[in-house]
Design a protein around this ligand. Structure first.
Ligand code: CUA
Length: 381
């Protein structure tokens, strides 16, 4: 007797559930979502190669097994008047076959995986990395990224600049909880473990801006712990370095930006540093407290600032771990609707509303204070 599987309401419910389930699939198709398949460098290429190998191997097994299953169901289905099939108990050849084939397939995947692991491991850097090399220290905070370039005494946040075609050696530190450094287009995930010095390397072959993500749950604002990797041409990177090495520009006396600088000196200096204002080069930031091996976040002899170094804030694309974009063009301090248009103003007006739980513990600033700070901070190119 045939069972009526789909009938009326049941059929519609099934269709609607399938449609709803498919939205999970399409949720991954956001225009801005970074992908491990959109690679821009050899380390990420190695990793995506591994993805394809495992995918095609699985596909081969799936099609083979399901094909045999469907064939058997159709070919050997029960027909009227058929005798019972021959009863078998054990078949050595068959059992050896279905042991040897999966073993060979898994061994193949294992060999390719180990080969891939060895190629992207920090130990592979001296042999596989080519061309010039730079070193960056990335520090995970709750919840933002600090980047320190020891060679040039630069400390920045949220945006990590690197030159194209260069091996980037990244030292990974945390003085709080475990974070994970991930730039899908450039390199896979490596954890930042408190009290432990980790490192990784990557090379970017294409200029552009690539999204970086914290890939380890690290507290309520884990999702708002993003950063940018800006891959510059060799020349543009040199220019960036020399700009970042400059002290912050001093605004003209009496200007709006000057008022902002005074505001900064009053309200912000206990946590933030601006080289030329309250910090000196080498920029004293949280990096002082972790840039030793093993890192020592309790070293009171060092001037450890809690918040990001803001020396060249105006040159950055993101605010506060990427919770907002630094939309400088919308930040005319004299705009009466500054709070609606300018993300920095939004942030200064209500940091806890924008990113609950962050360390910005300032009192409510008035409109004039915000105006001044916007004028000043956005002028710091
Ligand atoms: Cu840091 Cu998640």
């Amino acid at each position: 007797m045939r069972m009526p599987v789909f009938r009326g309401t049941k059929r519609w419910l099934t269709l609607v559930s399938c449609l709803l389930l498919s939205t999970i699939l399409f949720a991954a198709c956001g225009e801005n979502s970074p992908s491990i398949l959109n690679t821009a460098g050899p380390v990420a290429e190695n990793e995506s190669f591994l993805f394809w190998v495992v995918l095609y191997t699985s596909l081969f097994v799936f099609v083979g097994v399901e094909g045999a299953l469907i064939y058997s169901i159709v070919r050997f289905r029960e027909r009227p008047g058929m005798p019972n099939p021959r009863q078998l108990h054990g078949n050595t050849a068959l059992e050896i076959t279905w042991t040897v084939i999966p073993t060979a397939i898994l061994l193949f995947v294992l060999v390719v995986t180990i080969r891939g692991l060895l190629q992207v491991a920090p130990e592979a850097e001296p042999t596989l990395a080519q061309g010039p090399k730079i070193e960056v220290t990335a520090i995970g905070h709750q919840w933002w990224w600090e980047f320190h370039y020891k060679e040039w005494n630069i400390t920045t946040a949220d945006s990590m600049h690197v030159p194209v075609g260069t091996t980037v050696h990244v030292n990974l530190f945390s003085n709080n909880v475990i974070h994970s450094f991930w730039v899908p287009a450039l390199t896979g995930k490596t954890d930042l473990v408190p009290g432990h010095a980790n490192a990784k390397w990557f090379v970017a072959n294409k200029e552009g801006t690539y999204m970086g993500i914290c890939a380890e749950y690290c507290g309520t604002q884990h999702a708002n712990m993003r950063f940018d990797v800006v891959v510059d041409s060799q020349d543009a990177f040199k220019t960036w370095v020399s700009t970042q090495q400059q002290n912050a520009v001093t605004p003209a006396a009496g200007s709006l930006a000057d008022q902002g600088m005074q505001e900064f000196k009053n309200a912000c200096v206990s946590c933030h540093g601006i080289v030329g204002v309250d910090a000196t080069a080498p920029a004293n930031t949280a990096v002082d407290c972790v840039d030793s091996s093993p890192p020592n976040p309790n070293d009171t002899a060092k001037n450890c600032l809690i918040g990001p170094n803001l020396t060249h804030f105006g040159s950055r694309d993101l605010i506060a771990g990427g919770v907002l974009e630094n939309n400088k063009a919308q930040c005319d301090p004299n705009d009466p609707q500054l709070l609606e248009h300018c993300n920095l103003a939004k942030w200064l007006n209500d940091p806890q509303g924008v990113k609950p739980g962050n360390d910005m513990a300032i009192g409510q600033l008035n409109h004039d204070q915000i105006k001044g700070l916007v004028a000043y901070l956005e002028s710091l190119q």
